[in-house]
Structure formats: structure tokens, C-alpha cells
Design a protein around this ligand. Structure first.
Ligand code: PMP
Length: 408
């Protein structure tokens, strides 16, 4: 049971208080990106109005302030996922860039012809395509963990799939399309038993589930600030120190070097080795407020409340005739994917928007997963901590009236 005052939380999100198409906005597209509390927006403005300076090398007061705030966020992120040290936290543009960094830098050095990379059927394109690219380049093979009808990885299949050939296992902590929470620790242990490394795509987990990278023993963990009440264009890659130190740099440029001459360049220590160029200083600084926001509410509280919303919505939608839920895993984050017999998902999305309800429709960047269910896409409603039971009621009413319009 949670102890949150949801109205007080809603009051902190300026964007929620508006009408769309003459109806109060009901924002259920949180798995794509969630909204930002005022303190995150204020931090961005404050940085630009008071502290704007390039970090790390400046001799002046503003540079020192900006650097301190920037590095402060790194420590917050370290604590947030219980990494061993702040140097294991690398700032990137997002989950996609974090995965690309590992696939191209780690993959180019450590994947050889005949090696295998194992992903799952549940993956987002950004945890498929970078591996396809590097496997093709290195002559390695991409293998896929199967799922059952509910949308859960079939763990019995792993004994055959994870072998001495497996060098990397990459899969999501939670699925963006179905909400499935994967048995992360179990898969990591199995991968480590054959000496493989593991990358966990935590894009959908970071704002819903407690993440402890040391307890999980993840080698890499990737996530995006914008899916956890933080700014867009910013992400994190966690990596274990010894692995990051053995991994070559991703991009060359300023900041990632120790010394440069035309004959030879030596690289900086982690994390700077992987942070070429001026980073997204403003967004990193504002991200700290998003982490504080989550910490102050408490992840357990957030999860308990979102689970209530999910259970309520699942129960209501299951009572509507013609609705088929896609993804019925036992353990889920607050994602509700469905299709309605005889109505295209895109049309449903448009009609819901006309009633002020923002949902996502389509393949959700998981086309192979849609192929598995022999569908083109779904309607996806996903909930955050500021959503309410009343909003779900309004959404269900809007859905029912749309369906009856199509049936006429
Ligand atoms: N993986 C998953 C599971 C996601 O949900 C997303 C975002 N939809 C991504 C990766 C990619 O994240 P980003 O677009 O922020 O790089």
C-alpha cells in the first residue's frame, strides 16, 4: 500500500493542467516519455540564468559551480542504482546511445567470428539493431530468447541458448510494449556461468523498479532520463570498472584524452574516456531534481501505486467486449497493451485523442515482437505516479464510446 498524496504530486506537473480538444488532458503515454515536475524545469532555467559555463577546465566561478552540479548528478545516479563508484556512471544521449556505445566499442574488441550475442523477443529496436550491426561486422551470430503467449521469456529455453559461444546477453529489465518484468538476476547468473557479459536495457525499469546493479551483478545497465521525470536527450550507461577500462573509447574529441600529439594520443580515465565533447550540462544538472523527486516519493510507493492503477485498468478493460490484451505476464510494470477487434489501433488512438486521452499506437519500436503475435501494432496506455483512477475511468468510457461508434 502506498502513502502518496496524488493530488499534491499532480500539482507539481504544469503540463498536466491543460485541455486537449476541449477535454482535460489524460496523459497515458508515459512509457514513451513521462512528464517533468516543475523542479526539473526550474533547474534548467536556473542553470542557464545563473551558472551557464563549460565544465571541468574553467578557472572561474561559474565553471566551478557548473562542474560541481554536473558531478553531483553523477553521484546521485551512482546511489540511485547502487553502483560501486561514480566513475562507473557515463552520461550519454539516452538508452539507445548507451547500447550503441557498448555494441560498437566493447563489441568491436571482444566479439569474434563464431561468437554469439543473445537478445530476447521482447527487445526494443535499440537493443536489436546495434547488435545486428556489430554481429555483421565481426562475423558473430545473433540469437533470440523465445517468449510464451503471455509475453514472458521462456527460461527453460536458456539452457540450450546460453553456451560457451555466448559472449553477450542483452535484454530489457521491463518490456516497453507489454510491460513484462524479466527475471534479470536469473538470466545474468546463467550468462555469467558461461563467462558471457550482460547488458540490461533499463529504460522501462528505472522509474518503476528498484535497481541495484551490484545485487543484480549486471555488467552494463542502460537507461534514459526522459522516462524518469527527467530531461530529454540524456541517458546513462553503467558499466563495471574493470570492463569499462578494457573497453576502447566510443568517440574521439575533447575531454576523453589525457595527452594528444600527432603521433599518439593517450586516453582519459573512466568515465571521461567515454564522454567526448561538451556534454549535456544543463540536462545533467536538471536530472538530479528528477532523481530527488523519485527518491522523495520512494520507489516502493511509486511501484505500489502504479500496480494499483494497472490492476484497476486491466480489470476494467478486460470487461469490454472485443478487447484483446497483448502481454499478460504475471510481473508487469504499468503498461497496458491491447487491440480491439475490427478497429485499427491508429484509428482508436485518434478517437481517444479527440477525447483528451493520449495513448501510443503502433509497433512501439518492437516489430519482431509484434510479428510474434501476428499483429501490426497495439494501443498502449502506460501509467505514471501522477495518473489517477478517475482518469482510467474516463479512458474506459472514451474507449467504450469509440468502440460503439465503430460498431454502428
Ligand atoms: N529500450 C526500451 C525498453 C525503451 O522503452 C526505449 C524507449 N522507448 C528505448 C530502449 C530507447 O530509449 P531512448 O529512445 O531514450 O534512447
Amino acid at each position: 500500500k502506498h502513502t502518496l498524496d496524488i493530488q499534491k504530486i499532480r500539482a507539481q506537473f504544469p503540463v498536466l493542467h491543460q485541455e486537449v480538444n476541449g477535454k482535460p488532458l489524460i496523459y497515458f503515454d508515459n512509457a514513451a516519455t513521462n512528464q517533468k515536475p516543475k523542479r526539473v524545469i526550474d533547474a534548467l532555467v536556473k542553470y542557464y540564468e545563473h551558472d551557464n559555463a563549460n565544465i571541468h577546465r574553467g578557472a572561474h566561478a561559474l565553471a566551478a559551480r557548473a562542474t560541481e552540479a554536473f558531478e553531483n548528478t553523477r553521484v546521485s545516479v551512482q546511489k540511485f542504482i547502487n553502483a560501486n563508484e561514480p566513475e562507473e556512471i557515463i552520461f550519454t544521449k539516452g538508452t539507445s546511445e548507451s547500447i550503441n556505445l557498448v555494441a560498437s566499442s566493447w563489441g568491436r574488441k571482444f566479439l569474434n567470428p563464431g561468437d554469439e550475442v543473445l537478445i530476447s523477443t521482447l527487445e526494443h529496436h535499440s537493443n536489436i539493431v546495434p547488435w545486428q550491426m556489430i554481429c555483421e561486422e565481426r562475423g558473430a551470430e545473433l540469437k533470440v530468447m523465445p517468449i510464451n503467449e503471455a509475453g514472458e521469456i521462456i527460461i527453460e529455453a536458456l539452457d540450450e541458448l546460453i553456451t560457451e559461444k555466448t559472449k553477450m546477453v542483452a535484454f530489457n529489465h521491463a518490456s516497453n510494449s507489454l510491460g513484462t518484468i524479466n527475471p534479470v538476476k536469473y538470466i545474468i547468473d546463467k550468462a555469467h556461468a558461461v563467462g558471457a557479459k550482460v547488458l540490461v536495457d533499463g529504460a522501462q525499469a528505472s522509474s518503476h523498479l528498484t535497481v541495484d546493479v551490484q545485487a543484480l551483478n549486471a555488467d552494463f545497465y542502460a537507461f534514459s532520463a526522459h522516462k524518469m521525470y527527467g530531461p530529454t536527450g540524456l541517458g546513462v550507461l553503467y558499466g563495471k570498472r574493470d570492463i569499462l577500462e578494457k573497453t576502447p573509447p566510443y568517440q574521439g574529441g575533447g575531454e576523453m584524452i589525457k595527452e594528444v600529439s600527432f603521433d599518439k594520443t593517450t586516453y582519459n580515465d573512466i568515465p571521461y574516456k567515454f564522454e567526448a565533447g561538451t556534454p549535456d550540462i544543463a540536462n545533467v544538472i536538471a536530472f538530479n531534481e528528477a532523481i530527488l523527486f523519485i527518491n522523495e516519493l520512494g520507489k516502493e510507493n511509486i511501484a505500489a501505486y502504479e500496480n494499483e492503477l494497472l490492476a484497476y485498468a486491466t480489470d476494467k478493460i478486460a470487461q469490454i467486449e472485443g478487447v484483446r490484451l497483448i502481454g499478460t505476464a504475471k510481473e508487469k510494470v504499468s503498461v497496458l497493451s491491447f487491440e480491439v477487434e475490427g478497429i485499427h489501433h491508429f484509428d482508436l488512438g485518434m478517437w481517444l485523442d479527440a477525447k483528451g486521452v493520449a495513448v501510443r499506437t503502433g509497433h512501439h519500436c518492437t516489430q519482431p515482437l509484434m510479428d510474434h503475435y501476428c499483429i501490426e501494432g497495439t494501443v498502449r496506455a502506460s501509467f505514471s505516479v501522477y495518473n489517477t483512477v478517475e482518469e482510467i475511468d474516463a479512458f474506459i468510457e472514451a474507449l467504450k464510446s469509440t468502440i460503439s461508434k465503430f460498431k454502428k
